[in-house]
Design a protein. Structure first.
Length: 170
């Protein structure tokens, strides 16, 4: 491998990069569509806002993956939006929908990390950095909403020794 492939002219995508881009586009596009469908039926406003934010972020990320594939004249996955019904009656609780989203965000982070580690093109690595940040934003929002509504306990944290040392004992 030549160093120019990392910092110079773009070489064609290799098979690992193609596979990761296609899979991540398909998965992220599904997350976008699922969030869109959930946004139609959720009851709580903050959950709806989260779902719509997830639609935006996942949509941007799926388009980023698709753009990389299209640069090399490769096929892109079909969108799932035409499978969404017009219903506004929820078959699930807001809690269950948030758990699904939390699971999918955590899964995305794992796949993006693996894809980032196996990509050798700088532009692809930088794109994965951006989509990883989007997934982190979605994960933090999801976690905060779940804690706020009592659907998930706040995770235990390390003891803050400095704060304990500052407390006055009576």
């Amino acid at each position: 491998m030549k160093i120019e492939n990392l910092i110079g002219d773009k070489r064609p995508l290799n098979i690992t990069e193609i596979s990761n881009l296609f899979f991540n586009s398909k998965k992220t596009g599904f997350v976008r569509s699922l969030s869109l469908a959930f946004s139609q039926v959720v009851k709580k406003d903050d959950v709806r806002k989260f779902m719509l934010k997830n639609v935006k972020l996942a949509g941007q990320d799926a388009e980023s993956f698709n753009a990389k594939l299209l640069e090399d004249h490769l096929p892109i996955p079909e969108k799932w939006d035409n499978e969404i019904e017009a219903s506004t009656i929820s078959p699930f609780s807001d809690k269950l929908m948030m758990f699904h989203c939390a699971f999918l965000v955590n899964t995305a982070l794992s796949y993006y990390g693996a894809s980032l580690g196996s990509s050798l093109r700088t532009d692809v690595v930088l794109m994965y950095k951006q989509v990883f940040n989007h997934a982190m934003q979605a994960g933090a929002l999801c976690y905060n909403i779940m804690v706020k509504h009592g659907w998930m306990e706040k995770l235990p944290e390390a003891i803050n020794r400095e704060a304990l040392a500052q407390e006055k004992k009576s």
